[in-house]
Design a protein around this ligand. Structure first.
Ligand SMILES: Nc1ncnc2c1ncn2[C@@H]1O[C@H](COP(=O)(O)OP(=O)(O)OP(=O)(O)O)[C@@H](O)[C@H]1O
Ligand SMILES: [Mg+2]
Length: 446
């Protein structure tokens, strides 16, 4: 059974189709002309639209175009009078599923309607499936399938709509800025500005006026009024990148804005109130910075209402293949190359690589490999050189062994379909020793 809309100006035809399709058990609605039809299509909830092509007012092509925009999974069948097939051809080009010529046989139209509905059902399933995959493996532009990344997606979705200040921690290249953008992108503020304050790049003397703006004449060089980044970010999100580099005197002022969202322009006399969400990031250990007296403790507690930690890429090797493939697809497209994947050895080399520079380094390595590759697959030697460089810097034996263990356990669990007893048997371990390792590698969540 499907939800079908018939748009037809000829009443006899309309009635006939309607009675026939209702007789087949479908839910049928009718419209007498294109203008009505378009209004109905915009309301959605339809599986199939059957529209006449020639109608006064808006014609069937208009109805088709609107349907394509508002009903992504619905199919459109156009009906055309005998001898006017050019219109039908145009309709097919615009994405109509099928066309029928009037007059037509009842048996024929029944078959075509069924086919169109079936196609729509498949499409709906497909859209749902893709949506599911998207939810599972990506959020905004963040990609990953490891447990930590999936937990991260949930955390972002939960925190984004709130006003909570967010502190993002992680080594360089782990995706801190990406997460900050996702927090903004998933909030109601998404269509307002996302302003980045690159704290390590602003000279101390300019910091205050950058953030809070200044009035004309406030200091030498202040020849006009200038808005600060806080005002620019009004209604949106302000992102303090490398927040540990905010100079102490500015930290005091920042604290005040965070507390009551008001400040003054440098040299100004009136209080300015803004509505901004604050997100900060650092690759340093802020607690150490606090102990060393380089970061105010009160500010620390203000910014870390919610803390998001991004683990290094080497601790979530499951993400490496999905990330590598994602970068490959994008870069191959950019460079106009038909590369479909990695050889098994190349991928293995990536999976076991100690990415000091995290995702950014992986991205650079894939870019280099794509440039070097002429064939259809990326081979070991194209990703190899940097691996050698890494080896020369020395290998952390314990860490490498631990990673190897972890992967073996994961593989056994996968093979055993999650049955731990069976996985232990496969590995020749006692249950007790497997349980110990599951806890050690934090694989005991489910
Ligand atoms: N999970 C991910 N999925 C897709 N791309 C990612 C992911 N994580 C990082 N990247 C990419 O890696 C690069 C580095 O990410 P980003 O700039 O967010 O890192 P960062 O933590 O802010 O690094 P830094 O501390 O050096 O500023 C970017 O090109 C980003 O798009
Ligand atoms: Mg960054």
């Amino acid at each position: 059974m499907g939800r079908i809309l018939i748009v037809e100006d000829e009443s006899g035809m309309r009635g006939m189709l309607s009675i026939m399709l209702k007789g087949e058990g479908h839910n049928v609605e009718t419209c007498n002309d294109g203008v009505q039809g378009i209004e109905r299509v915009k309301d959605g909830d339809l599986d199939l639209v059957i529209t006449d092509l020639k109608m006064p007012g808006a014609d069937g092509i208009e109805v088709l175009k609107v349907a394509k925009r508002f009903l992504p999974a619905a199919q459109v069948i156009v009906a055309t009078a005998f001898g006017t097939t050019e219109n039908a051809v145009e309709a097919m080009k615009l994405g109509a599923y099928d066309y029928i010529q009037k007059p037509f046989k009842v048996s024929e139209i029944k078959v075509r309607v069924e086919k169109a509905l079936e196609k729509g059902r498949l499409l709906t399933e497909n859209i749902a499936l893709k949506e599911n995959q998207r939810r599972q493996y990506r959020l905004e532009n963040i990609i990953g399938k490891s447990r930590v990344i999936r937990d991260l997606f949930q955390l972002i979705e939960k925190v984004a709509p709130t006003m909570a200040n967010v502190l993002i921690l992680g080594e360089s290249g782990t995706g801190k800025e990406l997460v900050a953008r996702a927090v903004h992108g998933r909030s109601k503020r998404f269509d307002n500005p996302f302003v980045v304050v690159n704290c390590s790049a602003i000279p101390e003397t300019l910091f205050e006026s950058e953030l809070f703006g200044h009035v004309k004449g406030a200091f030498t060089g202040a020849v006009v009024d200038k808005k600060g980044l806080f005002e620019v970010a009004h209604g949106g999100t302000i992102f303090f990148d490398e927040v540990a580099d905010v100079p102490i005197p500015i930290q005091v002022k920042l604290l005040r804005v965070i507390q009551d969202r008001t400040f003054r322009n440098v040299g100004g006399i009136k209080d300015i109130t803004v509505d901004v969400r604050i997100v900060a990031a650092t690759n340093r250990n802020l607690e150490d910075e606090v102990s060393a007296g380089r970061f105010r403790e009160d500010l620390y507690y203000r910014v870390k209402v919610v803390t998001i930690e991004l683990p290094p890429l080497r601790d979530r090797a499951e993400d490496i293949p999905v990330l590598a493939t994602h970068f490959l697809n994008r870069l191959a497209l950019e460079q106009g190359k038909k590369i479909t994947g990695f050889t098994a050895e190349a991928m293995r080399a990536l999976e076991t690589f100690h990415f000091k520079g995290n995702v950014r380094q992986l991205e650079n390595m894939v870019e280099r490999a794509v440039t070097l590759t002429e064939g259809g697959l990326i081979e070991l030697q194209s990703v190899n050189t940097s691996v050698d460089a890494e080896t020369r810097e020395g290998i952390d034996f314990d860490r490498e062994v631990a990673r190897f263990e972890r992967r073996l356990i994961l593989r056994a669990l996968e093979q055993a379909g999650g049955d731990r007893q069976r996985a232990a048997e496969l590995l020749g371990l006692t249950m007790r020793s497997l349980r110990y390792r599951l806890a050690k590698y934090r694989l005991d969540a489910d």
